[in-house]
Design a binder for this molecule. Structure first.
Ligand code: SAH
Length: 560
C-alpha cells in the first residue's frame, strides 16, 4: 500500500489525483502531518508526501531502520514539478515510484542513487514492440546486474550497459520465440511481406495468407514493417484492410521497378495484368534483403492472393548533430536527445569534450583531431552501415562549413539519416551584435584551403555589388592573413568607410568578446579563427552601439 500525505491545498489536489488514479494501491492519511507520516511509515510499503523534503526528513529521521525493510519515500513539491526519491530508492522501490508518480502528475522524477543517475534508456522507450520481463530486465540494468544483449537482427540501439552473458537478457529478434523468464524480446521492424492480389480479393484471404506465411516460417508478426505491393494495387481493399488490421502501412512500387528485381518464381499472369512478372516476391525484395518465404498462394480456390516474406538488413542511423556555438543552453533539446540516442559518437576531439557529460555510459566515442574531416565522415557512415546508431557532431550547425556534406556524400540510401540543426556562428554573432541580418545576407568562408581564392573573391565581389550583408567565417589564421583585408577592400569599393562591421570572438563561450566598428576602422590583426566578421550593407546603422540592418520594407520608408 502507498500512503499519501499532504498539508496544503495544492498538495491535497495532487494527492487526490494520485488517489483517484490508483484507488487500490493508495491510502490517504488525513490529520496532523506528523501523525499521518508516522502512521503511514508503520503501515505502508511506500509513502508519497506532498511536502518539502526538509519537513519529511525531520519527520522520518527518528523512524528509519534498515534500508532493506524501510518503506520507500517520495516527496512531491508544492508546485508539482518534482517527484523526489528520498529514501529506499532500490529496496523500497522509491526510484520506480518517483518515476511513476512523475509520469502521472507531469513532474520530473528526481533520482540520486548511483545506478539510476546514469540515465539509462528505458527499454520501453526505444520505439520497438517488446515482449517479456520488461520490468525485471530494466531493474537489472538499473541495478548494475549483468544483462546480456543478443541481437539476431542488427538494429541501431542506444548504448546499453550489457555484458557477453548474464542472468538477464535482451534479445533483438523477429522470430516467433517465447521470452525466457528473465528476458525481454525487442521486436525490430525487419520483415516485409510482399503481397499480390486479384481485384476484389477478400481481406480475410490476404490476412490469413500473410499470417500463415509468418507462422509457418517461425516469424513474429510484431516485426512486420510493411505490406509491399505494386502501385496498381495501392487501393486494393483486401490489401489496404489487411494492412490496417496488421497495424502496418501499405508501401507500393512502380511495375517497371519491380520488373527489374530478380526473383525465384516469376510468372506470366501478373506480367499481363500489371506489367511485372512478380509482385509479391519483387515488392518484398526490391529494397534488398533475404527471402525467407518464397511466393505462396492463398488456400482459396481460385487463389486470389500471393505473398512472400523478406528480412531486410538492419538499417543503421546517422544523426548529424549541430552543437551550437558553445554555450550549453544553446545546445537544442533535440541535439541532446540524439546524443543520448547514439551508441557511437564521432567528432572532433574538442567538440566531444564540449558534450562528453551528456553522453550515456557505454557510448563508443571515436574522436580525432583537426584535419581528419574526411576520415571522420567515412568512419561515421561506415559505423551506421554496420547497423549502429551514430551521432556525428559539429559545432554551430553541422551542415555549415562542417561535417554534414562530406558524410552525406559518402552515404548511400541503406542508412537512415537525421539532421539536427544548430545555432550557427553567424546567428550567434548576430544576436550579440544587434540585428545585422535583418535583410538579405550571405556567409562566405575565407578559407582557401579547399576553395581556390579566385572563387572566393568572385563571391565577395558579387556580395559587394548586390549590397548583401556579409558574414565571414574562417576569417583569418596565422598562415592566412591577407585574405580578410583583401575581402574588406572589395566591399569598401561599394560601401561607405563608415559602414558598421561587427566582430565577435568566441560567441557564447566563456571568453566571448565583441565590438561594432567600421569598414575603415577595423584592424584585421584583432581577428582570428575563433571570430566571425559581419559587414553591414549600405543601409546598416550603428544605433546605440548595436548594429541594425533595416528590413527595408517600403512601409518603413514611406510617410503614412
Ligand atoms: N559549423 C560551424 C562553422 C565551422 S567553420 C557553425 O555553424 O558555426 C569555423 C569558423 O566558424 C570559425 O573559424 C569561426 O569563423 C566560426 N565560428 C564557429 N564558432 C564560433 C563562435 N562561437 N564564435 C565566433 N565564431 C565562430
Amino acid at each position: 500500500m502507498i500512503g499519501l500525505i499532504s498539508a496544503t491545498a495544492a498538495g491535497t489536489a495532487a494527492r487526490d489525483r494520485l488517489a483517484a488514479a490508483w484507488p487500490d494501491r493508495t491510502r490517504v492519511y488525513e490529520g496532523p502531518v506528523g501523525e499521518a507520516v508516522r502512521a503511514a511509515f508503520a503501515e505502508c510499503e511506500q509513502l508519497v508526501c506532498f511536502l518539502a523534503t526538509g519537513a519529511v526528513v525531520r519527520l522520518i529521521a527518528p523512524l528509519l531502520g534498515e534500508k532493506t525493510s524501510d518503506p520507500g519515500v517520495v516527496c512531491v513539491d508544492e508546485g508539482g514539478r518534482f517527484a523526489v526519491s528520498l529514501v529506499g530508492g532500490h529496496g523500497g522501490g522509491a526510484n520506480g515510484l518517483a518515476r511513476e508518480v512523475g509520469a502521472l502528475l507531469g513532474a520530473e522524477p528526481v533520482v540520486t542513487t548511483a545506478t539510476d543517475a546514469v540515465g539509462l534508456p528505458g527499454l520501453d522507450t526505444l520505439g520497438l514492440p517488446y515482449e517479456g520481463a520488461l520490468a525485471a530486465v530494466s531493474r537489472a540494468l538499473l541495478d548494475g546486474e549483468s544483462v546480456a544483449l543478443e541481437a539476431e537482427v542488427p538494429w541501431p540501439l542506444p548504448p546499453l550497459p550489457t555484458a557477453a552473458d548474464g542472468a538477464y537478457s535482451i534479445r533483438v529478434t523477429d522470430r516467433a520465440v517465447e521470452p525466457g523468464e528473465r528476458e525481454v524480446l525487442l521486436r525490430p521492424p525487419s520483415l516485409v511481406a510482399g503481397v499480390g492480389a486479384s481485384k476484389g480479393a477478400p481481406v480475410e484471404e490476404v490476412l490469413e495468407l500473410v499470417e500463415g506465411a509468418l507462422r509457418d516460417a517461425g516469424l513474429c508478426a510484431l516485426s512486420l514493417a510493411e505490406l509491399a505491393t505494386v502501385d496498381a494495387k495501392a487501393g486494393e481493399p483486401g490489401i489496404v484492410e489487411a494492412a490496417r488490421r496488421l497495424g502496418v502501412p501499405v508501401v507500393t512500387y512502380p511495375a517497371d521497378e519491380l520488373a527489374r528485381v530478380e526473383v525465384p518464381n516469376p510468372s506470366d499472369a501478373p506480367l499481363a495484368a500489371v506489367g511485372t512478372p512478380s509482385v509479391a516476391e519483387a515488392a518484398a525484395l526490391v529494397r534488398g534483403g533475404e527471402l525467407l518465404v518464397p511466393k505462396r498462394k492463398s488456400a482459396a480456390s481460385p487463389a486470389m492472393a500471393t505473398c512472400a516474406v523478406v528480412r531486410r538488413p538492419g538499417r543503421g542511423r546517422l544523426a548529424v548533430v549541430g552543437l551550437g556555438p558553445g554555450a550549453r543552453d544553446l545546445v537544442t533539446p533535440r541535439a541532446r536527445d540524439e546524443l543520448r540516442r547514439a551508441s557511437v559518437l564521432v567528432g572532433l576531439d574538442q567538440y566531444v569534450d564540449q558534450i562528453r557529460d551528456l553522453l550515456r555510459p557505454g557510448t563508443r566515442v571515436l574522436e580525432s583531431g583537426l584535419g581528419a574531416e574526411e576520415e571522420r565522415a567515412r568512419t561515421a557512415v561506415a559505423e551506421a552501415r554496420k547497423g549502429h546508431a551514430v551521432a556525428l557532431i559539429g559545432s554551430g550547425d553541422a551542415g555549415v562549413y562542417a561535417m554534414a556534406s562530406p558524410a552525406l556524400a559518402e552515404a548511400s540510401d541503406d542508412i537512415d539519416v537525421v539532421g539536427v540543426p544548430g545555432v550557427t556562428a553567424a546567428l550567434a554573432a548576430g544576436a550579440i551584435l544587434g540585428a545585422p541580418l535583418g535583410h538579405d545576407h550571405v556567409s562566405i568562408s575565407l578559407s582557401d584551403l579547399h576553395t581556390p581564392w579566385e572563387v572566393i573573391e568572385r563571391r565577395v565581389m558579387a556580395a559587394a555589388e548586390s549590397d548583401l550583408v556579409v558574414t565571414f567565417y574562417n576569417p583569418r589564421s596565422r598562415g592566412r592573413d591577407w585574405q580578410l583585408p583583401k575581402a574588406l577592400s572589395i566591399l569598401a569599393g561599394h560601401r561607405a568607410p563608415g559602414t558598421p562591421v561587427g566582430v565577435v570572438r568566441n560567441a557564447s563561450r566563456p571568453d566571448e568578446s565583441s565590438r561594432v566598428t567600421t569598414l575603415a576602422a577595423l584592424d584585421p590583426a584583432t581577428v582570428d579563427m575563433m571570430t566571425v566578421v559581419t559587414v553591414g550593407n549600405t543601409a546598416t546603422r550603428d544605433i546605440a552601439g548595436r548594429m541594425v540592418t533595416p528590413r527595408g520594407y517600403r512601409w518603413q520608408e514611406e510617410p503614412k
